[in-house]
Design a protein around this ligand. Sequence first.
Ligand SMILES: Cc1ncc(COP(=O)(O)O)c(C=O)c1O
Length: 373
Amino acid sequence: MSLIAARMQGIDASGIRKVFDLGAQLKDPINLSIGQPDFDVSDELKDIAVTAIRAGYNKYTPTQGLPELNAAIMEYLARGSGFKPEASLVCSGVSGALFLLMLAVLDPGDEIIFPDPYFVMYKHLAHLVGARAVMVDTYPDFQLDPGKIEAALTPKTKMILINSPSNPTGVIYSREVLTAVADMARRRNILVVSDEIYREFCYDEPYCSIAEVYPENTVVLNGLSKTSGMPGWRIGFAAGPKQIIEEMTKLQQYTFVCAPSFAQKAAVRAFALGNTHHAEYLARRNLIYNGLREAGYKVMRPGGAFYIFPKCPIEEDRFVEMALAKNCLIVPGSVFSERRGYFRISFAVHEDILRRGIEVFADLARETGGQHG
Ligand SMILES: Cc1ncc(COP(=O)(O)O)c(C=O)c1O
């Protein structure tokens, strides 16, 4: 008998791990594979956390999170989206929230729809709870086509999960598209989950959350890993219908217990501050997008997040290897997709590194004959 549970067989972490392993071997790489901001937590937030530790905030917090943090989250949602959810829960990052949510909502055999390309965790968590992940292809512009979502609905569809701005494409969904998805979900009483972890990284237009048009049955997930550069502090939240949040809270009691106590203290202020590095990231978005376009790449301009997802001029693996041979680390697109032929660049790096990366991509375009079909 195997020591390992059968459910683990479907979980494959090899794609992204391979990139990390390769990165560890390179000396001074042009590392464009990193999914976290390059800035550190601000001194103000560090001071709050340190003061909290010294003052003895080192015990368990209430399962649902500190009351003042839940109040700050409600304030944040009302300010940003006019969203006034029935309840909120502080989680160990958005990852923790996703895990609790899927366990609380999805039965084996239930279907969850999300757009492809997708954040890798979605597919694996869905499989872990025995649900069927139904991925809706969004190539080549990565926009959500409500018609395609409608076509993917079955009587077993229980959840539609969207991520705007998206990892890995940076795409943002318009109010019009979100309204169409909301109308469809409302007719069928489907829960919508909106992973808004990159909402503070929007470059061209004001952000629209689907919670603005489907407040009664949306769970918003967000956190501070990206916004405040504190992925190691594990602060996230889920906010939405009371019944769902209560079930998640029950599960949190027996799994994560609570999010880190000192980090919750600092998070109260962090949600009020928002993203203080926005201008820098906008400049980088422009730099990488223009650089890739000038080099001849087929690429969508990311409206948000800190990723860009160009098409490979040649076969994906070969292209990633060629970049690696030039000391440049990128993530193969198939890590995030059922399709191949693209790659993900993270521009959460210093401009100098980004410029070196652009040179590599320009060289690669020349070497591969500039064939960007
Ligand atoms: C789309 C998306 N959702 C959720 C997460 C998880 O973030 P955390 O668990 O640090 O809050 C990430 C991290 O990269 C992400 O890209």
